[in-house]
Design a protein. Structure first.
Length: 91
């Protein structure tokens, strides 16, 4: 996903790094990672793949999203900033 962010906002300047961190934490995780995680966890716990698994996973995500986001941001905002501020060759 960071390759896409590098393409959208090239460079390692402070401004570019802040945009990349914003994209990763405000769009990437809430829209892509967490719904996929909860759906896959539901599939793994039931052992079946069905529309009910997707619905149940997204329901659980809707119940926990705020705590998940806060916990994720507390770790990943600083980590993503260090990664984004580091030149690509040194990552």
């Amino acid at each position: 996903m960071f390759r896409a962010f590098d393409w959208l906002v090239p460079g390692t300047s402070l401004r570019a790094s802040l945009w990349k961190v914003f994209f990763a934490n405000a769009i990437g995780d809430p829209v892509f990672f967490f719904p996929t995680f909860y759906t896959m966890r539901e599939i793994a716990s039931t052992g079946t793949v069905s529309a009910d698994c997707v619905q149940n996973g997204l329901t659980k995500y809707s119940e926990n999203y705020w705590d998940d986001w806060i916990n994720s941001w507390s770790i990943w905002i600083p980590a993503h900033f260090v990664k984004c501020a580091t030149p690509t060759a040194l990552r």
